[in-house]
Design a protein around this ligand. Sequence first.
Ligand code: SF4
Length: 441
Amino acid sequence: MSPPLGGRKAFVRTFGCQMNLNDSEHILGVLLEAGAAAADRPEAADIVVVNTCAVRRKSEEKLYSYLGRLARLKKRRPFVLGVAGCVAQVRQAGLLDRRPAIDFVVGPDGYRELPELVLRAAESPVVRTGHSPDWREIGPEATARANPWSAFVPVMEGCDNYCAYCIVPFSRGPEKCRPAGRVLAEVRAAAEAGALEVQLLGQNVDSYRDPGSGLGFAGLLEAVAAVPGPAWVRFITSHPKNFGDDIIRAMAAHPSVCRALHLPLQSGSTAVLARMNRGYTREAYLELVARLRDSLPGLLLSTDVIVGFPGETEDDFEATLGVLREARFAGIFSFRFSPRPLTAAAALPDDVPLEVKRRRLVELQGLQKTIQAELNRSFVGRELTVLATGPSPRGAGRCQGRTEGNLVVNFDAPAGLAGRFVTVRVTGAGPYSLHGAMIPG
Ligand code: SF4
């Protein structure tokens, strides 16, 4: 029997975070398993799936403009158009009214059914949304990895925290954890396929509990770090309120666990954190940073910050700047607050004027740029291990890579270098990257 999608070509476009990049590997992997071949652009595809992000209003607006382009393309050259991911789950059938060119809408729990959805959507539009309480297992056999040397491995999905600004509990549903045995099986398979780096993924990895044994995240991390092969193990995202000392001890005990941690702050004001329903204070966050730095010398931290949350005063904003000065993050993702549907904050008065939000964001990013420039200069003259990821956008004859601490390095090296560890002598640094030359090894 011929495979259901045999002879068709599939293209997946991703908006959003690492979780979405990994979901796109599943979406494409499931379509390839059903006989489709990968296309490198929508113009060459019979099936186009757009995997979406609902976290900010801006990301949703970008999606609608991209869907407009696809609708025009579809008039010239028919294909099946699907919308997947967080916007699909939140907007559901409303997407079909807004963009009639869409043939199917699929939330994260429907990816296993994609071949059937594609076939049904060729007849009439299909909506497959809703959350299942069970883990949707999509193993390595149906994962089309973008890079064999760097493997995303999901460990949990969804969230029960309901931070006031965040749409994720609605788009990803309640928290559910992947059985530890399946996590470890995927890590072993990735190692056998040549992965040098494993990235454990989830909205709140540090609240992980194995559904059978109750093993927590620290135990899972130790088990993953013990798998022979991958030299680097990372995880994202952690919630400061769940980050126990057992996880710090597990990191300290295993040199393969990278000395890099993304620890979302959101605000440096305890009053704003309480209104955001974050579950920690400014002091607790800074104490956690101090404990991490004591136990993990050389740790580089990154974070997320929202400016202009409802009711944020100048003093609240100053408190956030104060945490930046004290914690000295190596990188931040910073945003102006925008209300998202279904969230508690959507019911609050969005009372920080746009020009104030803009000014605060510029000020915050300016301070962070200064901190990063200082921090990055401290690496000049050092030799660093770098995982080469491909050509550098900073000119021909140069490569780009990342350090264990997730710093971007542009360096002189032979063309085509990717998926290898190299040693780079750092000769200069700017606020957003280091540069140097590869030391032949
Ligand atoms: S912890 Fe808060 S910010 Fe993170 S996914 Fe859950 S609700 Fe969103």
